[in-house]
Design a protein around this ligand. Structure first.
Ligand code: SF4
Ligand code: SF4
Length: 507
């Protein structure tokens, strides 16, 4: 028997159990000496409605092969409807887990009352067998390790002593773009006359998109010679990795500038596909592709007997602070000129906020939205969400959520002035999470699920499937690389893994 146990895969199951029912059922099973699978690790919560999607994602990320949610039967919740809230989140989260490449059966919800020790035993045994058949999940092994060294120089102290900043010794500043659309560079140009105010105070020592600077110019600088470098864009190519690491060495401060550098941004959505899928589509299978020799980009190119290197296209997209240490963040897609100007002037003043700060408001967007007063005081209950193209006429004077549009303003950092809402489009979350929120997508999913006005599983499915066909794209539009799960996982040899590990970052 022991030898068998040793050689059989033993899945790890994290159970989040409500204090008033399922936890008591587990207690009763113990007192009654009922034997059930030892694979279950129980976390007691006051109500199943307390379980946040982030808890579930955290469990998977940290080695769980399955997660079991246990709550009181419908109608029996001690907090009236906590278990229904749990059900809505669970159904939406399950759908999103599938998009992360995690089999939906790895997340299970059961209503188990305090007297149902037998049911607890049956569920624990059955779930263990099911997970055993699915095999290990191995999320932790599949995800990269993002522990980075501290920046080599500068750490939030005043950087420009008055005496040094004379007219001939203006601090040097750099701008660089990595994987981005260029919109953040536009945001700098959009400073208009304010650009002159900024330019008066600094020496633009590196800005390849606007002026003729070469990589060698940076290589020749002393370490820490640049006061600050603003880097926009995520990191996908080897060249981007090399240049941001070089700029890190040469800069006292590095500022992640815009949503792509801050959170991975739109380019980060590519983490929902494997590298091979992307290359296959663009070089082989796309509807307008003709490539009979099935050529794909090769980093080592020989042309007319001369060899040269092309940048390597890595397995995944990373936010800037997953590649180098970052001192400050300027959010937005793109950041507004006002935020850019204030951030630059704050940095130049030497009165620096704590390292790691996001240089924008820490209040939710709704606080600055002109439609906030039209949101009902008693909370919102939505029977049917709509997608913007389905609404014939959006009422410009009523909160968009109140009109059934998925507006992420309540969970998104403010500072943009509600630009999209003023243009009658719901907020999609480009300013990212508020301080203290680890996983923006989990927080957005939790919030949207809490609005669904239905308790019946089928009805909840109907509401979700109609308006949120793509939860991963909806909730992580700008923040997928910063999600706890980081990217879609694949299955190889029956075992869950990152799909393609052959083109890895330098570390
Ligand atoms: S939910 Fe959207 S539309 Fe409503 S107040 Fe908040 S930001 Fe404005
Ligand atoms: S409303 Fe939302 S999506 Fe639009 S700019 Fe502001 S934060 Fe970004």
């Amino acid at each position: 028997m022991e030898a068998n146990l040793e050689h059989t895969f033993q899945p790890k199951i994290v159970g989040f159990f409500c204090n008033w029912c399922t936890y008591l059922a587990a207690d009763l099973a113990g007192v009654s000496r009922l034997h059930y699978a030892h694979n279950l690790r129980i976390v007691r919560v006051m109500c199943s409605g307390r379980v946040h999607p982030e808890h579930v994602l955290w469990a998977f990320k940290n080695g769980a092969d399955g997660v079991l949610l246990g709550g009181c039967h419908p109608g029996d919740c001690h907090y009236i409807e906590g278990n229904y809230k749990n059900l809505r989140r669970y159904l939406l989260l399950k759908k999103m887990l599938g998009q992360f490449g995690i089999d939906e059966r790895r997340l299970r919800l059961e209503w188990i009352s305090a007297s149902e020790a037998d049911k607890l035993k049956q569920v624990a045994d059955e779930f263990t067998d099911q997970l055993r058949a699915l095999g290990p999940l191995n999320v932790r092994a599949a995800l990269p390790d993002f522990v980075l060294p501290e920046p080599p120089v500068g750490n939030g102290e005043a950087l420009v002593p008055e005496a040094e900043a004379g007219p001939t010794e203006k601090p040097k500043v750099g701008f660089y773009w990595a994987a981005s659309c260029g919109g953040c560079e536009e945001a700098v140009v959009d400073l208009a006359e304010d650009l002159l105010t900024v330019a008066e105070k600094v020496d633009l020592a590196f800005w390849p998109v606007a002026l003729d600077f070469k990589r060698e110019d940076v290589e020749q600088m002393a370490d820490g010679e640049l006061l600050a470098t603003f880097i926009n864009g995520a990191v996908r190519l080897s060249e981007q990795e090399e240049v941001v690491k070089l700029l890190r060495r040469k800069s006292k401060l590095v500022i992640a500038f815009g949503a792509c550098a801050h959170l991975g941004g739109i380019p980060g959505l590519a983490n929902a596909q494997s590298r091979t899928d992307i290359l296959d589509y663009y070089y082989h299978d796309g509807p307008i592709v003709e490539n009979p020799q099935r050529t794909v980009p090769d980093p080592a190119v020989t042309e007319q007997q001369a060899g040269f290197d092309l940048p390597v296209f890595y397995d995944d997209v990373r936010a800037l602070d997953q590649v180098i240490a970052v001192d400050y963040y300027i959010p937005g897609c793109a950041p507004t000129p006002e935020i850019v100007k204030n951030a630059v002037l704050t940095l130049l003043s030497g009165a620096l906020p704590p390292r790691g700060s996001v240089l924008a408001s820490d209040r939710a967007l709704c606080h600055e939205c002109p439609l906030n007063e039209t949101k009902p005081d008693e909370g919102l209950h939505i029977e049917a969400f709509s997608r913007p193209h389905e609404v014939e006429r959006i009422d410009p004077d009523t909160c968009l959520l109140q009109q059934g549009l998925v507006c992420l303003g309540p969970v998104t950092r403010g500072g943009c002035g509600a630009l999209c809402v003023k243009g009658h489009m719901p907020c999609t979350g480009c300013f990212g999470p508020l301080d203290g929120v680890k996983d923006f997508g989990a927080s957005a999913l939790s919030f949207v699920a809490s609005l669904i006005d239905a308790n019946d599983e089928e009805e909840i499915h109907r509401i979700i499937d109609h308006a949120i066909p793509d939860p991963l794209g909806t909730f992580y539009m700008y923040a997928l690389p910063k999600a706890l799960l980081f990217k879609r996982l694949g299955v190889r040899d029956g075992v869950q893994h990152e799909e393609h590990e052959e083109v890895a970052y330098h570390g």
